[in-house]
Ligand binder design. Structure first.
Ligand code: UDP
Length: 477
C-alpha cells in the first residue's frame, strides 16, 4: 500500500455493454490494487435486461455503481443518427447530472476517469482540481489512429475510403482505407465531426489507460513515447497499458443457461465453436443462410447466438438481447433438426465469458469487438474474424496480420455475402485442420503473456501501480 491517503476514483461509463463491462473490470482492478482505493462508477440507467443484469449486482462496499438519470435525445438527433452521434449526444446531455452527482458526493472524488465518449466531461476534473484520465478500452493501434485523426482531417482531402494508398500513422502499421473506423467512412456525417472532436480531446487527459498489455503491441506503444513519432502529435501524454481486463467467469447473474452448460460439459475438449457477434451485431438474411449451411457443412459442434437478420450490422446496439427471435422465419429449413445434438442455437444473448472459458470450446467466430477479442485471447481460443462496425475492421486486421491468432474471409464480409464453403473452410481451419496448428499455438502463447502482464511485477500490474501512485502523490499536494 502506497500511503494512508484515500484515493476515490470516479469513473464515467458510456452506455452499451461493450463500454460498461470494461469500466466495471477497471473499477474492480483498482479496488483490488490497494486497500485505500474506493471507486464510484457512473453509468446511464440500463436500457436492456442484459445491461441491468450486469450493472445491478456489481456494487460492493468499495465499488459503488451509481445510475445517472436517463437522457432523452430524441429531439436532438435525427431518428436515423449513427451510433457514435447518439452516444456523443447522450454523453453531452448527461454532463449536468454527472457534475452535480460528483459535487454532492459525501466523500469527494480525488481522480476522474472517463471512457471514450466521455471526454467532454474532462473539464469537470479541472473544476474539481483532480487528475483526469481517459480509459480507451481497446487497443493501441486504434488509439493511434484516433490521436492522429485530427491531423489526417487537415491533411487528407476527400473521403478516406476512396484513397488507393494506405493511411500512414507515425510509427504504426499503415491502415488500409477500407479498415478505417465507422465514423471515418463518411466525412459529411455528423458522427465524423463528433469523432474528430473527441479524438482531439483525448490528449487533454493526464494519461490514457488502454485495455491491452505492453507485450501485445510493443511497437505501437513505443510510437506514443517517441517525440519524433506519435509522441510529437500527442504532446507525449502518457499511455498506460493495464489489461487484459475481462469479465471473470460466472460474473453477474446466476447461470441462466443451465442446459447449455450441461451440454458443453459433455463435449470433447476444444471441440465446440462459439458463434456470436457482440452485444449489437446482426447479419443479413442471406448471410444467415450461408452461415447456417457453413456451420453444418463444417461438421463441427457449435453454439450460435442468433439475432433476427437486419440490413444494418449494428442494428441491435442499443437493445442488446431484447426483442423477439422467431427462428422459423429465417433459419434454413430443416437446419435445427439436422444439427440437433451437434449444435445449439441460442436466441439473442448468451453468457459469453463463461462459454469461452469452458474447456470444450475450441474456436470463436467473432465480430472482433475488443472485449470479445480479449475474452477469446485470455482463454487461448483462436478466432474467425468477422468485423461489423466501430473499430472492428482494425481489430480483425491486427488479429490476422499482426498477432496471427485469427483467420478471416478472402473478401471482407461487408462487401459481399460470404458463401457457405468459405465459412466451412474457416471453421475447419481453426478447429481441426493441420494448417491451423500455428494459429492455435500462438493464441495459447498470447494467453500466457497476458496472464503474466497482470501478475505482480508484470507490465500491466506495474502500469496501474504507476497511475495509482501518481494519484496518491497528487493527494498530498
Ligand atoms: N456479450 C455477452 N453475450 C452476448 C453478446 C455479448 O455476454 O450474447 C458480452 C461479451 O462477452 C462482451 C460484450 O458483451 O464482454 C461485448 O463487447 P465487445 O467489445 O466484444 O463488442 P460490442 O458489443 O461493444 O460491439
Amino acid at each position: 500500500s502506497s500511503s494512508n491517503s484515500k484515493l476515490h476514483a470516479a469513473i464515467l461509463s458510456s452506455p452499451g455493454l461493450g463500454h460498461i463491462i470494461p469500466v466495471l473490470e477497471l473499477g474492480k482492478r483498482l479496488v483490488a490494487a490497494d486497500q485505500n482505493i474506493a471507486v464510484t462508477i457512473f453509468a446511464m440507467s440500463p436500457t436492456s435486461q442484459a445491461e441491468s443484469q450486469t450493472i445491478k449486482p456489481a456494487s460492493t462496499p468499495k465499488l459503488n455503481v451509481v445510475e445517472l438519470p436517463p437522457v432523452d435525445i430524441s429531439g436532438l438527433v435525427d431518428p436515423k443518427a449513427a451510433v457514435v452521434t447518439c452516444l456523443s449526444v447522450m454523453m453531452r446531455e448527461v454532463r449536468p447530472a454527472f457534475r452535480s452527482a460528483l459535487r454532492d458526493m459525501a466523500s469527494p472524488p480525488t481522480m476522474l476517469i472517463v471512457d471514450l465518449f466521455g471526454t467532454e466531461s474532462l473539464p469537470i476534473g479541472d473544476e474539481l482540481g483532480i487528475p483526469k484520465y481517459v480509459y480507451v478500452a481497446s487497443n493501441a493501434w486504434f488509439l493511434a489512429l484516433m490521436m492522429y485523426s485530427p491531423t489526417l482531417d487537415k491533411e487528407v482531402e476527400g473521403e478516406y475510403v476512396d484513397r488507393t494508398e494506405p493511411l500512414k500513422v507515425p510509427g504504426c502499421r499503415a491502415l488500409r482505407p477500407e479498415d478505417v473506423v465507422d465514423p471515418m467512412l463518411d466525412r459529411t456525417n455528423q458522427q465524423y465531426s463528433e469523432y474528430i472532436r473527441f479524438c482531439a480531446e483525448i490528449p487533454l487527459g493526464d494519461g490514457i489507460l488502454l485495455n491491452i498489455w505492453e507485450e501485445l503491441q510493443p511497437t505501437t506503444l513505443a510510437a506514443f513515447r517517441d517525440e519524433k513519432l506519435l509522441g510529437g502529435v500527442t504532446k507525449m501524454v502518457p499511455v498506460y497499458p493495464i489489461g487484459p481486463l475481462t469479465r471473470p467467469v460466472q460474473s453477474g447473474c446466476p447461470r441462466v443457461n443451465e442446459d447449455l452448460f450441461d451440454w458443453l460439459d459433455k463435449q470433447p475438449s476444444q471441440s465446440v465453436i462459439f458463434v456470436s457477434l457482440g452485444s449489437g451485431g446482426t447479419l443479413s438474411y442471406d448471410q444467415m443462410t450461408e452461415m447456417a449451411w457453413g456451420l453444418e457443412l463444417s461438421q463441427q459442434r457449435f453454439i450460435w447466438v442468433v439475432r433476427p437478420p437486419t440490413t444494418k450490422s449494428d442494428a441491435a446496439f442499443f437493445t442488446s438481447g431484447n426483442g423477439d427471435c422467431d427462428l422459423s422465419t429465417f433459419m434454413p429449413e430443416g437446419f435445427m433438426t439436422r444439427t440437433r445434438g451437434v449444435g445449439l442455437v441460442v436466441p439473442l444473448w448468451a453468457p459469453q465469458a463463461d462459454i469461452l472459458s469452458h474447456p470444450s470450446v475450441g474456436g470463436f467466430f467473432s465480430h472482433c469487438g475488443w472485449n470479445s477479442t480479449l475474452e477469446s485471447v485470455t482463454n487461448g481460443v483462436p478466432m474467425i474474424a468477422w468485423p461489423l462496425y466501430a473499430e472492428q475492421r482494425m481489430n480483425a486486421t491486427l488479429l490476422t496480420e499482426e498477432l496471427g491468432v485469427a483467420v478471416r474471409t478472402e473478401v471482407p464480409p461487408w462487401k459481399k455475402v460470404v458463401g457457405r464453403e468459405e465459412i466451412e473452410r474457416m471453421v475447419r481451419k481453426i478447429m481441426v485442420e493441420k494448417d491451423g496448428f500455428e494459429i492455435r499455438g500462438r493464441v495459447k502463447e498470447l494467453k500466457q503473456s497476458g496472464e503474466k502482464a497482470l501478475r505482480e511485477g508484470g507490465s500491466s500490474y506495474n502500469a496501474l501501480f504507476q497511475v495509482v501512485n501518481k494519484a496518491m502523490q497528487d493527494l498530498k499536494k
